[in-house]
Ligand binder design. Structure first.
Ligand code: HEM
Length: 174
C-alpha cells in the first residue's frame, strides 16, 4: 500500500497553495483575518478533542482560546463560524471511535510541521503552535497512523481546502 504521506501529497500541495494560507505564511494577515482563522481552528479542535486524542500534549483547545482572547484584547472582533467549518465539524461529529484518528493526524501534524514556520508569521503570540513535549506527542500519532487512512485524510484535506477558500472570499470582500 502507498505510504500515507505519499497518498495525500497532492492534496497537501493544494492546501499549502491556497491564497489565504499563502498570505498567512507571508505574514500578510491582519489581526482580524487571523482571528477569523483561529475561530475555525478552535471549532475543529474542539470537535476532535471531545472524542479524545492519543496524547494530552496534543490538545489545542486552551491554547487556541488564549490566542483568540489576545486578539480580542487587541480590538479584533470577528468570530463568525463559516459554513464550510460547520460542514467539516458535522462530519467530525459523525465519526465513531477510532475513525477520528485520520483527522488527528491531519490537523495536529499540520500544526507541528507547517505550523512551526507559521508561528513566526502570524500577528499573535502563536500559542497554538506550542507543544509541551512535541516529540512524544508526535510519536503518539505516528504509532497509530495507518496507510489505509488515505481516503479519509484526503477527504479531510478537501474540507480544509473549502475552509481556506471561504476564508479568502470572506476576508477579501470585507
Ligand atoms: C504554508 C502551509 C504549509 C507548509 C509550509 C507545510 C509544510 C509542511 C512540511 C515541511 C512538512 C514536513 C514534510 C516532510 O516530512 O518532508 C509537512 C507535513 C505535514 N503537513 Fe503541512 N504544510 C502546510 C500546510 C498544511 C496544511 C494546511 C495541512 C492540513 C491541515 C498540512 C498537513 C500536514 C501533515 C498531515 C503533515 C505530515 C505528513 C507526514 O509526515 O505524514 N500542512 N507540512
Amino acid at each position: 500500500m502507498i505510504p500515507l504521506k505519499e497518498a495525500t501529497a497532492e492534496k497537501h500541495k493544494q492546501a499549502e497553495r491556497m491564497p489565504f494560507n499563502i498570505r498567512m505564511f507571508r505574514g500578510q494577515l491582519s489581526k482580524d483575518e487571523y482571528r477569523l482563522y483561529l475561530v475555525q481552528q478552535a471549532e475543529i479542535f474542539n470537535a476532535i478533542e471531545a472524542k479524545g486524542t492519543p496524547h494530552p500534549s496534543l490538545n489545542r483547545h486552551t491554547l487556541v482560546q488564549a490566542d483568540i482572547e489576545e486578539l480580542k484584547e487587541a480590538g479584533s472582533t470577528t468570530d463568525e463560524l463559516l459554513e464550510s467549518t460547520r460542514t467539516y465539524v458535522s462530519h467530525l461529529n459523525s465519526l465513531l471511535g477510532n475513525d477520528i484518528l485520520p483527522h488527528v493526524y491531519l490537523n495536529y501534524l499540520a500544526i507541528m510541521f507547517g505550523g512551526q514556520m507559521m508561528k513566526k508569521a502570524v500577528p499573535s503570540t502563536g500559542r497554538m503552535y506550542d507543544f509541551d513535549n512535541m516529540q512524544e506527542a508526535m510519536m503518539a500519532v505516528r504509532q497509530v497512523q495507518r496507510d489505509d487512512w488515505a481516503d479519509e485524510v484526503n477527504k479531510g484535506f478537501d474540507y480544509l481546502i473549502t475552509i481556506f477558500d471561504e476564508l479568502e472570499k470572506v476576508t477579501v470582500s470585507q
